[in-house]
Design a protein around this ligand. Structure first.
Ligand code: ADP
Ligand code: MG
Length: 693
């Protein structure tokens, strides 16, 4: 048995209670301890002369007690004056025992560690760690002292001792933890050896730079971060390979359906749409499942592309499914597809969590017996009780809202027919290239880099709440000219209830201010049918103004709407604002977006809103968003598996991402057997999750 893979209970003194605490740190086996890296370090390798100490420094000092006394200030404390020939320092204890009072008699020699601060008597250390020295002083530490992230009830020193034990085992049996990056590759990529890295990070030599170590910029942490990114990449590639080993239905057909569809459209496709459709068509004509991401800015016309792809599947005697992240968007797609497909004699079904009872049973039956050729829905589509007769194409809209595993789950739905469906993933959030390489490395990418003709870019203004009356007047004016407007209420996303309340209040308030207008309200707490009715009325032009929460963020399409007010825009991410703003500027009239903030704005918020004013380029906005907020928030990566990185940090290590691909290629070419163990080392049970689906 490999000692490092043994559970932590194999270490001395580890019982049930400790196992639970370690589990909270995601430490289960001995090797996990080795990859549990310090947050920061203390330097206890040298004794600092008291005279050179500065406030804020953590240091070991050694000296002779001059005097000690209990002093009364605001709080009673024991004050110990210590000198070493270079200066004088006070140790201060707010909690102390009579024994301690005894210890600090004049002449006693003390070694103490702690953070110096400016106190009432000059430099002081509160509650230092200390020891009395007898004739011969023990040596100081021979390496920097690691401080680990820990959990309630697990003391730093206990954790440190466990990790030392683990390091001891590694020393005793180095082969138990192989370096899966072979010498040749390490040399080529300039990477230090694994054991050396772990050793350096847990027990850095005295001359190592603690700040460089703690910030993750030390070559040793960089090597581990790179290895972790590599493991994630390998895992995504593996998913891709596994999927591509399955057979997919060959779907060359659908030409005549597509032609009929295109003739009934009121516009012709853009060059970019045609190019992307060619790429999709080539994929669908092969017996390997397509895995393709279509990236196109808000309003670039992804839905038509999805419809054309769906027609290939339907023309090839298969079903197509399209999954959207919100019910409102799923409903809108449902209606769009019905309007497009029913004239072609294609039955379209709709499935979401809210569909209940007999209607649900009927819909599921139509999906199972194949009457429904096109199925639109929310994630309800991939629940266990939904069976397709023959799913040929799974389309996922607004991919950034779904996790990798959710997306892959749709694949199972094809298996009843013995075939794996093709997958088409669509996103309007342009993913910065570095992230795309990491989150979507298993997908081929097509880009719709052209907007349909006749669009005028949305003009954005940033306006303080004091000018609300002007904004209201602006709505009155726009609506008097026959145009329509959105008023979007935002609040912290966690509180949907509050957000709905705010929308209701705003709805009432605007109703009073603008009695001549027909004003609708839509928010997340309304029934699906109510929401749909309001959206319909707005679409049909029966409503002038729509007050909404961010439920309208994705995909809602009303070309006549040319004015959007967003309240408290500083609360939203830039990409989200961009999505919202994309609801206007869909027709040929000039459109406006008013970002109505309640001041004062922080410098940071000002900068962010400034970006919105300056550009309508979704790609630039996404890059800015990444820069200002970090990848976790931009992609909502908590669910995509990206945020579970142990060591790598996608922002800090962005430059490493460029090296991941060549490293993965080189490793797979020369040492393919290393791929599995690397994935297991870094992804553990997550790997199973990617792999299962
Ligand atoms: P998104 O890419 O944001 O999902 P949509 O598919 O909702 O965009 O398309 C936005 C609007 O543009 C829709 O009203 C759609 O009918 C229209 N549209 C799509 N393609 C074209 C085109 N080639 N020419 C004109 N209008 C188009
Ligand atoms: Mg869309």
């Amino acid at each position: 048995m490999n000692a490092l893979h043994a559970p932590v209970t194999s270490l001395k003194g580890v019982g049930e209670a400790l196992v639970l605490k370690l589990a909270r740190l995601r430490v289960a086996c001995v090797a996990d301890l080795l990859f549990h890296l310090p947050l920061r370090y203390q330097d206890r390798t040298r004794i600092t002369p008291i005279g050179t100490l500065r406030a804020g420094h953590e240091a070991v000092v050694e000296g002779e007690v001059m005097a000690s006394e209990v002093v009364r200030g605001r709080r009673r404390s024991l004050l110990v004056r210590l000198r070493d020939g270079s200066g004088i320092l006070s140790l201060r204890f707010f909690h102390f025992s009579p024994v301690q009072q005894q210890q600090f008699r004049p002449g006693a020699r003390i070694r103490a560690f702690g953070e110096a601060r400016a106190g009432a008597t000059g430099l002081e250390i509160y509650h230092p760690e200390y020891r009395l020295l007898s004739t011969d002083a023990p040596p100081v530490e021979d390496h920097l002292t690691p401080i680990y992230p820990t959990t309630e009830g697990l003391h730093q020193t206990r954790l440190r001792a466990l990790i030392e034990q683990a390091l001891g085992q590694l020393d005793a049996a180095p082969e138990a933890l192989p370096d899966w990056l072979p010498d040749s590759l390490r040399q080529r990529f300039g990477l230090p050896e694994l054991h050396h890295c772990l050793k350096v990070l847990h027990q850095p030599p005295p001359d190592a730079d603690p700040d460089q170590l703690a910030s993750g910029l030390h070559p040793a942490s960089r090597r581990l971060a790179l290895e972790e990114l590599l493991a994630h990449r390998l895992s995504l590639r593996e998913v891709r390979l596994r999927i591509q080993q399955d057979g997919a239905p060959v779907l060359p057909g659908g030409r005549s359906l597509q032609t009929r569809f295109l003739t009934q459209l009121p516009f012709s496709l853009t060059g970019a749409q045609r190019r992307v459709l060619d790429e999709i068509g080539a994929d669908l004509g092969r017996e390997v499942p397509m895995l393709r991401l279509v990236q196109g800015d808000v309003g670039s016309g992804k839905t038509v592309v999805a419809a054309m792809a769906a027609l290939s599947a339907i023309g090839g005697d298969c079903q197509a499914a399209m999954m959207a992240p919100t019910e409102i968007l799923a409903e809108q797609h449902y209606r769009t597809f019905r309007a497009w497909f029913e004239p072609l004699g294609i039955e379209v079904a709709w499935l979401a969590g809210k569909l209940k009872g007999k209607a649900r049973l009927d819909t599921k039956a139509a999906i199972q017996d194949g009457r429904a050729r096109m199925v639109v829905g929310t994630h309800a589509l991939f629940q266990g009780d939904v069976h397709f007769q023959r799913l040929g194409l799974a389309i996922v809209d607004e991919q950034h809202r779904f996790g990798v595993h959710q997306r892959l789950a749709l694949r199972e739905k094809g298996e009843a027919g013995g075939l794996t469906p093709h997958q088409l993933v669509m996103t309007a959030t342009p993913i910065p290239r570095t992230l795309a390489m990491s989150a979507y490395a298993d997908l081929d990418v097509s880009i719709i880099d052209e907007l349909p003709p006749g669009r005028t870019p949305v003009k954005t203004v940033v306006v303080p709440d004091e000018r609300r009356p002007d904004v209201v007047a602006r709505i009155r004016h726009a609506c008097a000219e026959g145009r329509q407007a959105y008023w979007v209420c935002t609040l912290i996303e966690e509180s949907e209830a509050l957000q709905c309340q705010a929308a209701e209040a705003t709805h009432a308030e605007l109703g009073e201010a603008l009695p001549e207008l027909a004003i609708g309200l839509v928010h997340g707490r309304m029934k699906a049918t109510e929401k749909a009715a309001v959206m319909d009325a707005f679409k049909a032009g029966e409503l002038d103004l729509l007050v909404a929460t961010t439920v309208i963020e994705v995909g809602v399409d009303v070309p006549n709407a040319s004015l959007m007010i967003i309240e408290n825009p500083e609360r939203l991410g830039l990409s989200q604002l961009h999505q919202l703003r994309g609801r206007v500027g869909r027709g040929s009239t000039e459109s406006f977006c008013v970002l109505l903030y309640r001041g004062p704005l922080s410098a940071h918020s000002r900068e962010r809103l400034g970006v919105m004013r300056e550009t309508t380029d979704g790609f630039r906005i996404a890059e800015k968003d990444l820069e200002l907020r970090g990848p976790g928030e931009v992609l909502g990566t908590r669910q995509t598996g990206l945020a579970q990185m142990k060591i790598a940090d996608l922002e800090r290590d962005a430059d490493l991402l460029e090296r991941v691909s060549p490293l993965a290629d080189a490793l797979l070419a020369s040492h393919p057997e290393a791929s599995q163990p690397l994935i297991r080392r870094w992804l553990g049970e997550q790997a199973g999750r990617y792999g299962q689906v």
